[in-house]
Design a protein around this ligand. Structure first.
Ligand code: PRP
Ligand code: ZN
Length: 213
C-alpha cells in the first residue's frame, strides 16, 4: 500500500509511460541524481532520494495532468504540447526527443505537393496541427482522427496519407511510407503547472534547473 502520493509536499512529474520519450526521460532524471526503485509495473513510481513521484502516462494526457495541477511537472514533446496544451509554460528544453511531425504517403502515391492532398483522407493523432497546416496551405482534405498506430492506415485503405511523428524513420519504412512535408519540428520539453509551489521551485533548483529557457 503506497501512501506517498497523498503527501502534499511531494511533487509529481508526469512522463511518457512507453514510447520514444520514456527511456530518455528516465535517463535524464537518473543523470540528475534521482534514484527510483526497479519498476514493478506500477504507474506511480516514488523517487527514493527526492520528494517526487513519477506518473507514467500516455503522452497525450500529460498536458491535461499538468494544466489541472494533478502533476506539478511533465516531460512531453513540443508536438503534444502544441496539439493539447500550448498555453502551458515551458521551463526547459530537453536535449532529446528530436523528431518531426510529417505528412507521409505510400511509396507509390502520386502525392507530390501539398496541393495534391486536396480531397484526400489523412489519418492522424494530431488533428489540430494538421488542420492548421492544411489551412495555411489552402488545402481541403478529410482528417481521419486516430489515437495510435497511424502507419497501418494507408495499407488498410483507411487513408491516403498520414500525419505522424518521425524520429528514426523506421516505423514509416516498415510500412513503405515516405515523408513528404514537415508540419512541425519538435523536441522534448519540461513543462510546469500554473500553480507556483515552493516545493516545485526547490526541487528544480536541487536538480539544477533554474532559469526559464
Ligand atoms: C511516435 C510515432 C511513431 C514513432 C516513430 O510514437 O507515433 O509510432 O514514434 O518513431 P520512429 O521514426 O523512430 O520509428 P510516440 O513515441 O510519440 O508514442 P505514441 O504515438 O504511441 O504516443
Ligand atoms: Zn502519443
Amino acid at each position: 500500500m503506497m501512501h506517498i502520493i497523498y503527501e502534499p509536499e511531494r511533487q509529481r512529474m508526469a512522463i511518457q509511460k512507453s514510447g520514444r520519450l520514456h527511456k530518455a526521460s528516465m535517463d535524464f532524471l537518473s543523470a540528475r541524481g534521482l534514484i527510483f526503485p526497479a519498476n514493478d509495473r506500477t504507474l506511480i513510481l516514488p523517487c527514493e532520494n527526492f520528494d517526487i513521484d513519477l506518473l507514467y502516462l500516455r503522452d497525450d494526457d500529460i498536458p491535461e495532468y499538468v494544466r489541472s495541477g494533478v502533476a506539478d511537472l511533465g516531460i512531453v514533446g513540443e508536438n503534444v504540447l502544441a496539439e493539447k496544451g500550448a498555453d502551458l509554460p515551458i521551463i526547459a528544453k530537453m536535449d532529446f526527443g528530436r523528431c518531426k511531425l510529417v505528412i507521409a504517403a505510400p511509396k507509390d502515391s502520386r502525392i507530390r505537393t501539398p496541393e495534391d492532398l486536396g480531397g484526400k483522407r489523412i489519418a492522424t493523432s494530431y488533428p489540430k496541427l494538421l488542420s492548421e497546416y492544411l489551412a495555411k496551405e489552402g488545402v481541403e482534405a478529410s482528417i481521419v482522427p486516430i489515437s495510435g498506430s497511424t502507419e497501418i492506415t494507408p495499407e488498410l485503405d483507411m487513408s491516403d496519407a498520414i500525419c505522424d511523428l518521425v524520429q528514426t524513420g523506421s516505423t514509416l519504412k516498415a510500412h513503405d511510407l515516405v515523408p513528404l512535408f514537415t508540419v512541425m519540428e519538435s523536441q522534448a520539453v519540461l513543462i510546469e503547472s500554473p500553480a507556483k509551489k515552493q516545493a516545485k521551485e526547490s526541487f528544480l533548483s536541487q536538480i539544477g534547473i533554474g532559469a526559464i529557457v
